[in-house]
Design a protein around this ligand. Structure first.
Ligand code: SF4
Ligand code: MG
Length: 333
């Protein structure tokens, strides 16, 4: 495993008490593999990634337990200076909002070249040449001319490509992309995802793709981990999830994505909202929204059941969910 997160716990101190943003999350990514982490906002998917990167907003955020093993070494035990070296050089992150992640007063060529002058000690001219090469590699037309332009002079999609170039500059072993295409229109989304997938293959990088949109991960991810209220509720190979989800929440997410193979199929919306993390419902946190919830769901926290090869589901009734007993038609009623 390139990255292995084990039983991660993250707490946030708020005025109303402690919120468990991440509550016992475990996942792993191998070299060349893509893990999609899926969930609504507030599910803990970004916070988990920030804890992995060591960029939690702390305080109020604090890792209160678990391990983050990168090539077998627990990043949580490293000094901040060592941590900083890992960031960028070994694990890089791509954010949703490229405009605020890039420096507005430096040209993109200068920002990219800085990666090489600062981290690789290259001479300025050579660094600049590498920067232009990288811009070409991520598909910026007329890269040499455009290297002098500032971030705001690029379209959203081109800016996201520049962010990918920044992440790629030091050839990290792992890229964590947090909603990398959410701000883009659908056609551009597909192009940016294609670029990311191509680079992952070319450099045999691990990729963690954080998204609320099941629609963008189908062609790119190997595995999916679905998060809800700070926990993983289902994890499985992507095709297994698409064929038959083993958790009602995953089924709800799946049924709310337009699919080409189900034209005319009415889109489903999961009723209700994710819980406030200071008041996570007892038992299964999903029970107030679950179309098949029963008494046991209100009292007993479901463990992660083995629901097949390489497959886990935190649902007491994963068998019937898998068998389709909680089908979309029934669930929507
Ligand atoms: Fe629904 Fe119960 Fe399964 Fe939770 S454990 S997802 S409430 S059926
Ligand atoms: Mg987020």
């Amino acid at each position: 495993m390139l990255l292995e997160v084990r039983d991660l716990q993250v707490e946030f101190r708020t005025r109303d008490g402690v919120a468990k943003a991440v509550n016992g999350v475990s996942y792993g990514v191998a070299e060349g593999e893509t893990l999609a982490v899926l969930g609504e906002s507030g599910s803990g998917k970004s916070v988990t990634a920030q804890a992995v990167m060591g960029i939690l907003d702390s305080p109020p955020g604090r890792v209160s337990g678990g391990q983050v093993l990168f090539r077998g070494r627990d990043l949580l035990t490293l000094k901040e200076s060592e941590r900083r070296r890992v960031r960028g050089a070994e694990i890089a992150m791509i954010f949703q909002d490229a405009l605020s992640a890039l420096n507005p007063v430096l040209s993109v060529g200068t920002q990219l070249a800085e990666m090489y002058t600062v981290h690789r000690k290259l001479k300025r001219k050579e660094a600049r040449a590498r920067a232009v090469e990288l811009m070409e590699r991520v598909g910026i037309p007329a890269a040499a001319e455009r290297a002098g332009d500032y971030p705001h002079q690029f379209s959203g999609g081109m800016r996201q490509r520049i962010m990918i170039a920044m992440a790629l500059a030091l050839e990290p072993a792992l890229i964590i992309a947090d909603e990398p295409t959410t701000a883009l229109d659908v056609t551009v989304q597909a192009q940016v995802m294609e670029l990311l997938a191509g680079l992952r293959d070319e450099f045999a990088m691990g990729l963690i793709l954080i998204t609320h949109d099941l629609g963008v991960v189908a062609d790119v991810a190997d595995r999916i981990a679905v998060m809800y209220a700070g926990r993983i509720v289902e994890s499985a190979p992507v095709h297994d999830i698409y064929r038959a989800p083993a958790h009602p929440y995953t089924r709800g997410l799946l049924d709310s994505v337009p699919r080409l193979d189900q034209k005319g199929h009415e889109l489903y919306a999961i009723k209700g909202l994710p819980p406030n993390l200071q008041r996570i419902p007892p038992g299964c946190a999903f029970h107030p929204r679950c179309p098949i919830a029963r008494d046991v769901c209100r009292t007993d926290v479901p463990p992660l059941y083995e629901a097949g090869p390489g497959r886990l589901s935190a649902c007491h009734f994963w068998r019937e969910t898998l068998a389709g007993a909680a089908g979309a038609a029934g669930a929507a009623g």
